[in-house]
Structure formats: C-alpha cells, structure tokens
Design a binder for this molecule. Structure first.
Ligand code: AMP
Length: 461
C-alpha cells in the first residue's frame, strides 16, 4: 500500500511531485519522499509522516531539476523505519539511480538471503533494495539492460518509477497488480506517471493511458519508447476498486466510482433488507451505499459522521485502542437513526472489530434494527501483493461462517457481495483480469513460504 508519482521535463518538477503526492496521500501516510534529477545529479528529501509535514518551501527548493519521482508509503514489507523510506537511491557503475515502488515482491526474502550469503550488504529492510542489488550485479552496462535482468528474477507486485541520468522509467509487473498510469501536463506537455489519475487532476494533467502489465516505459533525451519484458497475465488487484483507490480515479480506464456504485447496486439485489434507510460507513462505504440505496429505492442518509482530523499516527494497532479508535473517528446522528431500521454499508470486514463497534454505536443512537451490508465478499486470505491485510488467523471470515460473523458483530442481519457480483461490478465477466485472492484463495503468483513472515498488522481502525 503505497503511491508513486513521477514527472519528466518540467521546470517545477519537485513542486509538482509534491502536489501529486498530496493527491496520493490516502495510499500511505507513514512516510514520503521526493528525489529530483538535475542533469543526472540526484537530490533526495525523505521523511516520516505525511507529505505536508515533511515538505515545505525550503525543502522543495533543495530539489532542483526537470525530473522528479516521489513516493508515499504505508508499510507492507520491511517495517516502519526511517531507513526504509522511499524513493531509494543507490550508486552503481552507471551512476546514481533512484527508485520508488508500490507492491510487494513475493520472492524478495529468498533473493536477499542468497545475495547476503554471497556477501551483499543491505542497508534497508525494504524488498525494493533487492531490485537495486540485482540491477547492480547484472553485469549489464545500461540502465535498461540492468533493469530487465533484475525484473526477470523477481516475482510479485511492482509498479515502479525510476530515474537515472537523463531518464525517467516506469514499470508495471506482468500481472499489473497495482495500478500505474501515464499522463501529460496540459500546456507544457511534460510527462507524468502516477499510481492513480486523481494525482493528474490536481496538477492539470490528462491521462494518456495505463502502463501495460509487463511494460517498461522510458522517456529520455532520445524520446519516448516502450518495451515488453514479459508476457502480460493481467490480474489487477480488485481491492483497489473495493477500498484502496480514490473513487475519483480510473484504473485501467475503469472508473472506481462507477465500480463502487455497481457493487452497491449488485449488493442490494443479492442481499436486500427490509429497512427504512441506507447509511454508509464513511468514507470507505459511501459510494457503494449510494448504489445500494438507489437500487433498493431507500433514502440515503449520512447517519455516521467522520472526524477527518484523526490520523492513524497516534492510533496504535493494539486491540484495546482500536475499539476506542472507532469512536474517535465516527459519531452517529441520533435524529436520523431514532426508531429506524437501518442498512449500514461498508466496503469490507477484516477482523470484524470495526463493524461490531459501529453496530453498537448505531443502536445506542436509537436505531431499531441494524442490517450490515458489505460491498465485497468475506476476506478469507491475506494479501501478499501489497495490500495490508492481517494474518489468516486474524481474519474473522477465515474461521467463522457468515451467520457466526453476524452474531460476532451483533447485527440483525449481515450480507456480503458475492465474488461473481464483485467481478461483474468491476466490469469483467470472468475471473481473468483481476486478482481476488483475498476473497477466493486463488493466488495468481505462487507465494513462497518465506513471504508469510512478512505479514504485518492492519493499522487503521
Ligand atoms: P476490521 O475491524 O478489521 O473488520 O476493519 C474493517 C474496516 O477496515 C473497514 O471499514 C475497511 O474500510 C477498513 N479496511 C479494509 N481493508 C483495510 C486495509 N487493508 N487497511 C486499512 N483499513 C482497511
């Protein structure tokens, strides 16, 4: 769970990267960084915290050059330490190189152990550093040859932006797990690359196309070109549509907003409820709840209000504080709820603690019946490709049936969207095209045993 941004050939490259990262802040709040490239000389400024906390006018002034890459990070591999902050920079025989990575490499531990046994010294815990080592050790002279050699050795999820010499490079893994989109600035024509199109809207850039699975896109003094380093097997993460991406983004040309409306509509058909009104769990459930209300012909109300100023920074992932955290974030509106039978729509149930707290809040505020509807299927398995889900044991759906979960969360009824309904909602008729491993257990890239120890805790409440 990270966001990447890159810009090529703009006099204010670092400032625009800063803005782009602001728009991608939802993809990671733990750390952020920008590396600018001034005629091959790289300048890096990285830090812990949010974009606005790390970068000010003075910091941005220290980032000269017409090329910049940036990263916002939410730890999924390597731990939350200042030295793991990205973009990562390194020196090798071709000069300085910087890379920003979204996704998880599933065989990074294996490769790392092998390289360490051969004497390699790693300075971070991040799986991305494995890539830099593989590039340096490839024996190839040019950046692109080094990159292709490294990419042939790694497996898993990677949307990358890289800068070195006069180049900006963007890469998407053959499965296209994580999004990556190419755009151009209106007016100057500068090239931009970002995890999501919402970053383009802010800086007045337009989407050109998505970087294709298995594509290396390059822009340098010689112009723009693309090469394919592996045959594509598109399995883009469906959870981007369910929860992670912003609804004002498009992924591979599909509007996240429209997918979520459709998820809500399909959910209303698959799991109707005898109720008086529909309300979302903000923000993650808002668009699907709107779709549900439209399809069910029920009023849509904001019965829960979210406090947007509660950061995840001071909510630690201990269970006792998580319970408290829900109240910090969400407050019910009794006037809307008193005596009502309500449908409350959220995007997912992971551990089940949030849902139970919400059901209790709604009852305390006067709701007569609480029907929980979830705009995705039960989460049965962890993600190894970059979404932060907890271990299988902590996933409530891995050990409980839907009715048991209903009892656990104390709801009058509980309904999930089916895997087929989800696929239909994101616009694909078959499973090919999306990774839905967390819901179906069908992992498109095999996960070595060593990857399991990388499972981290779900931090948000
Ligand atoms: P839980 O209490 O673990 O069931 O949390 C479910 C809530 O977490 C839902 O409101 C989701 O919107 C949200 N959520 C789902 N997946 C994630 C994730 N990977 N990271 C943070 N929050 C998530």
């Amino acid at each position: 769970m990270c966001g990447v941004f890159a810009i090529y050939d703009h006099p204010e490259a670092a400032n625009l990267a800063y803005l782009g990262l602001h728009a991608l802040q939802h993809r990671g709040q733990e750390s952020a960084g920008i590396v600018s490239n001034d005629d091959g000389m790289l300048h890096a400024r990285v830090g812990m915290g949010r974009v606005a906390e790390i970068f000010g006018r003075d910091t941005l002034r220290q980032l000269p050059g017409r090329i910049a890459i940036g990263h916002v990070r939410y730890t999924t591999a390597g731990g939350s330490l200042p030295r793991n902050v990205q973009p990562l920079t390194a020196q090798n025989r071709t000069g300085s190189v910087a890379v920003a990575h979204n996704g998880n490499l599933v065989n990074a531990d294996e490769i790392r152990e092998r390289l360490e046994a051969e004497g390699a010294i790693f300075s971070t815990m991040s799986d991305t550093e494995v890539l830099l080592h593989l590039m340096a050790r490839s024996g190839a002279r040019g950046l692109l040859d080094q990159l292709v050699a490294a990419l042939r050795a790694v497996r898993g999820a990677y949307s990358l932006v890289i800068t070195a010499a006069d180049k900006l490079v963007a890469v998407r893994d053959p499965n296209g797990f994580r999004p990556l989109v190419l755009g151009r600035m209106r007016g100057t024509g500068a090239y931009v690359v970002a995890s999501e199109t919402c970053a383009f809207d802010l800086i007045d850039a337009e989407r050109v196309r998505d970087i294709a699975p298995g594509e290396i896109w390059v822009r340098d003094g010689k112009g723009e070109r693309s090469l394919s380093f592996a045959p594509p097997r598109r399995t883009t993460c469906v959870f981007e549509h369910v929860y992670f991406a912003r609804p004002d983004s498009q992924i591979d040309g599909v509007s996240v907003y429209e997918s979520r409306i459709e998820m809500g509509r399909t959910l209303a058909r698959e799991a109707p409820a005898d109720a008086d009104l529909v309300l979302p769990v903000p923000d993650s459930g808002v668009v699907a709840a709107l779709g549900y209300a439209r399809e069910a012909g029920l009023p849509f109300e904001m019965g829960l209000i979210r406090n947007h100023y509660v950061g995840r920074t001071f909510i630690e992932p201990e269970d006792s504080i998580r319970h408290f955290g829900v109240k910090l974030k969400l407050n019910p509106v009794p006037k809307i709820l008193e005596g009502k039978r309500v449908v409350v729509v959220d995007d997912s149930i992971v551990r089940g603690t949030t849902s139970r707290k919400i059901v209790r809040l709604l009852r305390q505020a006067g709701a007569r019946e609480v029907h929980v509807r979830i705009s995705s299927p039960p989460v049965h398995g962890p993600c190894y490709y970059g979404i932060d889900t907890p271990t299988r044991a902590e996933l409530v759906a891995s050990s409980q049936s839907v009715d048991e979960i209903r009892a656990t969360i104390e709801a009058d009824s509980l309904g999930y969207l089916s895997p087929e309904g989800l696929r239909r909602s994101v616009g694909c008729q078959t499973r090919r095209g999306f990774c839905d491993a967390c819901f179906t257990g069908d992992y498109p890239v095999p996960v070595p045993r060593t990857a399991h120890k990388r499972q981290l805790r779900l931090i948000e409440v």
